[in-house]
Design a protein around this ligand. Structure first.
Ligand code: PGA
Length: 241
């Protein structure tokens, strides 16, 4: 694992977006898996802007959404689906065959997980994964205590996730379960970037990088990834030794 720190959020987002654009230019059929949320938000905006400005051919790349709140329809503005649709798919006019997200309204969520695992297999695996880190150390909905060896799965949400997650919605919502890509896929991904910004993430970044590798603190898995990068701003790096 490598650690890269930038002065601010704008710089870390520009670095990450540049990296993805260059990767698409050298491998047009790149498979990108991204988390939604506050952290990767600017990376998404810059990715769209740079792909367009640089006239990159993005007609062959594939986009995979990391997770979704169980029960939320894509039209809900707090859903991961809505986030990617408005920030990436529509601006880039991607064809529906170019992206795959969990249908969290399905009454067969196990099948949804199998569909995702199969999709990833058929694509030959994920090239780049961009994730954030939760206030309890989760990645996606891989909550504390989740096995490092899982494929896609449904998770009972941690209390921290349920309360922090309220920030994505206009009013209070009941969040109970999540559907997520698991760590077996993360470990098989060729390059993983964990992004973190802001003083509020300093403690979890420190635990992820300097703490023990343990399923009790999911983001510590980054230490085991041969091509894992933790990318932060100065504030999120402020407690590191
Ligand atoms: P955030 O979420 O980027 O909105 O801080 C991170 C996470 O919970 O994974």
């Amino acid at each position: 694992m490598q650690f890269i720190s930038f002065k601010n959020y704008e710089q870390l987002s520009a670095y990450t977006a540049d990296h993805i654009v260059n990767a698409i230019k050298s491998k047009p059929d790149l498979v990108l898996c991204m988390a939604s949320g506050s952290t990767p938000s600017l990376t998404c905006d810059l990715l769209v802007e740079k792909l367009k400005d640089e006239h990159a051919d993005y007609s062959k790349f594939t986009f995979i959404g990391l997770d979704e709140w169980v029960g939320l329809p894509p039209a809900n503005s707090g859903s991961c689906h809505y986030f990617f649709k408005t920030k990436v798919f529509e601006p880039l006019q991607l064809r529906p065959s170019q992206y795959h997200l969990f249908d969290a309204t399905s009454n067969d969520l196990k099948k949804e997980c199998e569909r995702m695992d199969q999709f990833i297999d058929e694509k030959g695996g994920i090239d780049i994964m961009i994730v954030g880190i939760g206030m309890n150390g989760h990645i996606g909905f891989n909550e504390p205590g989740t096995s490092f060896s899982l494929l896609s799965h449904v998770a009972d949400l941690d209390e921290t996730t349920k309360s922090v997650g309220q920030k994505y919605f206009n009013g209070p919502v009941e969040l109970d379960k999540g559907i997520t890509i698991g760590f077996s896929h993360l470990m098989n991904t060729k390059k993983v970037f964990l992004l973190a910004n802001g003083r509020h993430k300093a403690e979890v970044v420190k635990k992820a990088i300097e703490g023990p590798v343990t399923e009790d603190f999911p983001a510590s898995i980054m230490q085991k990834h041969k091509n894992g990068f933790v990318v932060t701003d100065e504030e999120a790096a402020s407690l590191l030794k």
